[in-house]
Design a protein around this ligand. Sequence first.
Ligand code: UD1
Ligand code: CA
Length: 459
Amino acid sequence: MGQIVPLTVVILAAGQGKRMNSDRPKVLQPLAGRALLAHVLDTARQLEPDAITVVYGHGGEAVRDAFADADLTWSEQSEQLGTGHALAQALPSIPDEHQLLVLYGDVPLVKANSLRSLLRYGTGDEVVVLTAFVDDPQGYGRILRSADGAVSGIVEEKDASAEELAIKEINTGLMRLPAERSREWLSALSNDNALQEFYLTDIVAKAVWNDVEVAGLPVTSATEVLGINSRAQLAAAERIIQRRNADSVMECGATLADPARFDLRGKLTIGRDVFIDAGVLFEGEVELGDRVQIGPNTVISNSTLGDGCLVHANSVLDGVVAGPECEIGPFARLRPGTELAERVKVGNFVEVKASDIAAGSKMNHLSYVGDSSVGGGVNIGAGTIVCNFDGAVKSRTVIGDRVFIGSGVMLVAPLKIGAGATVGAGSTVTKDVPAEELTLARARQTVVKGWKRPVKPAK
Ligand code: UD1
Ligand code: CA
């Protein structure tokens, strides 16, 4: 049959995550730069449910605040008495005829398609549990099946016998339940177990007792249902999600020097024949045109680079818009508000902030350009600094087309440098500079004839 409707997704997210040893609620721990819960919500939304309820508790306000603008129902579980108790908190606001899909805030990698198979199963009267076969079942509840293959129960690790511990089919925690029956099953749960918690997993035995079919559907890839209880598992999940990111970037037309050393914390859009060297990190929204090449150990956040741009090793770009064929780095730092037109060159140890730089201009070594407008065909010599801040206010500098600025120049803003002007090396420029002339603002070189170096007096 088709997908069962109506549907409420309930996300259990109230646990503290003791094993993380963190002050942060577990579901706010970052995975690929976003909270665990954000990943689960994304997946839930892909199923287009009628409602999404999040059960929150530990660090509750922080969790709610992090998702303040999302269209969610919140159910508080003020004491964390177990997963069954958590689901019970959500039930009063859910209509009887709804199907419940239970997701866990700490199982973030599950794919919407795997959940769709749970939703498609049967007629809607069943309990459907997503299971997984794993080599190392440690830490998970084990799936018990009767002789006919139906699921007869789930036993938690702490309550399992030696024989049950050997079972390799585990409970992912994710399941589909009919809302009306769940009310009675949940109210009948007991906490007579190793953890003295009300286990959601005990609902299975109750359903079986009531002659309700319990189906166990194994997920295709166990990596999807990794539960995150420790920082080691968080790190393992990070590598899984980054491998998925790397695969999709390669599919779109990028060569990755090493897919295991690729990190994306946001959204990356790329053209064709892009090359990304080892150890590159992308954050926020990044767009790369055709044939862009990114050197190793580079960090690029919220930036757009035009076709054929070349970013050399160890550069840090944040909030940059670059036209085609620009060359950046190595060791360049481009900060928010940097706009480069085409064929601009920003070389090693150059920092640019809140500045627009027109076509073909170059600043190749050791410069700072801030709060400036730089024309086309400009050459800024090594070690030139735009002194944009006087300790109180920041001022702008405007440099015309074809200006040549020698090395080691201090440009004290506010300042205008006319088109075609030349500023001699070592100048400290405090007044506007006329177009097309040579301006020097430095002490003249003098020679003191016959001068002798002091010598040490004899002992
Ligand atoms: C649970 C399952 C286990 C399964 C595993 C899969 C139970 C009893 N056990 O164990 O069978 O193999 O997940 O990852 O269900 N939570 C609350 N309120 C609570 C307790 C937990 O909201 O009172 C939330 C947590 O925030 C978490 C989820 O429920 O998102 C699972 O809780 P956790 O304590 O991590 O359960 P596990 O021991 O991993
Ligand atoms: Ca868990």
